[in-house]
Every structure is written in structure tokens, then in C-alpha cells.
Design a protein around this ligand. Structure first.
Ligand code: COA
Length: 222
């Protein structure tokens, strides 16, 4: 398998570490939107092409990729673009995470060290379940959502597409976190969060609504 990691930043380093911890082969290279990084190395792996060259990767023998970009919309856009160019999207699952046998995982999913995914959870494409988070039983995490380090979803929670659950946040059972919403660091959410809304605090309260522009991405033109 000839895999590339899209994104040579901090999350890219995390994904490379997961590959190594899981004893997967090193990727053949990083791809990054910043052309200045071309030819540099990230933890020993070279940045082999700019993002604009994604269309030529298959011709160079690359057959698979994972998108290691923290921004939810950007991660989703690259995933769509890679698929359109015939590349297979792979997952990075840390061997010290715990994923229930009955959990369903999409593609381009990152599950970091210490994350727990409990029985009958559904994790959609391009989701990040970050270090030490808990996704408890029968919860659903929608496309390109990000559950940050140490965040906790109780049972039967739904996190809709593109939502961001900040570090250390807690969501009690059976709630829905709406599409492209943001739950602030350390918030304790006791009621549903409307789409495109930012909530913070204990108990969580809304501080902002945003236009749904960023959550309706098209594929990256490359
Ligand atoms: C929620 C968040 C996105 C808001 O960021 P922002 O839009 O820039 O908001 P501001 O910093 O302008 O803060 C707006 C108000 O909310 C408060 N606030 C912001 N984040 C808060 C939080 N996590 N908990 C409690 N209050 C918070 C601010 O104190 C401010 O209050 P004020 O109006 O009374 O002064 C951000 O603070 C946050 O918590 N991000 C999560 C970061 C994270 O989890 N990173 C992990 C990456 S892996």
C-alpha cells in the first residue's frame, strides 16, 4: 500500500505516530498546501508534493491517503477530492484506543491514543476522535466532526456533521449537537445544541450563531 498523509502540521504528526504505533508501514510522503514545505521532512517522512498535485498522485503509484487536517470543512473537502481522483481513504486507529466490535467506522477516520468507542456507536467518514475522548454506547458522530481530547459523550448522543466538541467538554445522554456547532472547551451540555451554534460554560449556553457557509463545502479544485 502506498499511502500519503494530507497535512504536514500537528495533526499530521499525530497520524504518522499512530501509523507507527500500529506497526503500519510509513506513508510514502506528506502532501501539504504550503509549497514552502516541499522537500522538508516531518519526523523523517518527506513532504513530496503540494496539495495542488493531488490529481497526479495515482500516476505516481499512490493508491491511498488519509487527511490529517484539523479544520472540519477542509478535511472533508480534501477527502472528497481524493475520492474523486480514485484514491482509497484509510483510517488511523491507535492500538491503545478501544473500539467496540459492534461500532461502525467510516473512512478517513482518526482514533487517537486512549479514545474509547463503545458498543453500537456509528462514526462517519472523516471524523477525528482525539486523545482520550469517550464516545459511549449507541452514539453517532457525523461526517467530519471532531471530538477533541478528553471530551465525553454519554450514551445515545448524536453529534451532527461538521460539529466540533472542544477539549474536556461533556455531553449528557441522548442529546443532539447540531450540524457545524461548536461546544467550547470544558462545557457541560445539558440540552440539545442548535445547528451552527457555539455554546460554552457550565451549564452550556449559546454565545453565537454562525451562517452555514463553512459547512456546505465543495470538492477542492486541483
Ligand atoms: C468556544 C470557543 C470556540 C470560542 O472562541 P471565540 O469564538 O474566539 O470566543 P471568544 O474568545 O471571543 O469568547 C467569547 C466569550 O465566551 C467566553 N468563552 C470562550 N470560550 C469559553 C469556554 N471554553 N468556556 C467558558 N467561556 C468561554 C469568553 O470568556 C467570552 O466571554 P465574554 O464575552 O463574557 O468576555 C473557544 O473559546 C473554545 O473553547 N475552543 C475550544 C478549543 C479546543 O477545544 N481546542 C482543542 C483542539 S484539539
Amino acid at each position: 500500500m502506498q499511502t500519503v498523509i494530507i497535512g504536514a502540521g500537528g495533526h499530521g504528526r499525530v497520524v504518522l505516530d499512530i501509523f507507527r504505533q500500529a506497526h503500519q508501514a510509513d506513508p510514502v510522503g506528506f502532501i501539504d498546501a504550503n509549497p514552502d514545505l516541499l522537500g522538508t521532512r516531518v519526523d523523517g517522512v518527506e513532504v513530496i508534493a503540494p496539495a495542488a498535485a493531488i490529481g497526479s498522485l495515482a500516476a505516481r503509484g499512490v493508491d491511498s491517503a488519509i487527511v490529517a487536517i484539523g479544520d472540519n470543512s477542509t478535511r472533508n473537502m480534501y477527502a472528497q477530492t481524493l475520492r474523486a481522483h480514485g484514491l482509497r481513504l484509510v483510517n488511523a486507529i491507535h492500538p491503545k484506543s478501544n473500539v467496540a466490535d459492534t461500532a461502525l467506522l467510516g473512512q478517513n477516520v482518526v482514533i487517537a491514543a486512549g479514545a474509547m468507542v463503545c458498543a453500537h456507536c456509528r462514526i462517519a467518514d472523516s471524523v477525528i476522535l482525539n486523545t482520550g475522548c469517550i464516545v459511549d454506547h449507541e452514539s453517532t458522530v457525523g461526517r467530519a466532526a471532531h471530538i477533541c481530547p478528553g471530551a465525553r459523550l454519554a450514551g445515545r448522543v448524536t453529534v451532527d456533521d461538521f460539529a466540533f466538541v472542544g477539549i474536556g467538554a461533556t455531553i449528557i445522554q441522548c442529546l443532539t449537537i447540531g450540524r457545524a456547532s461548536v461546544v467550547g472547551a470544558g462545557a457541560v451540555v445539558l440540552q440539545d445544541v442548535e445547528p451552527f451554534t457555539t455554546v460554552v460554560g457550565v451549564p452550556a449556553r449559546a454565545i453565537r450563531e454562525s451562517a452555514p457557509v463553512a459547512a456546505a463545502p465543495a470538492a477542492v479544485a486541483v
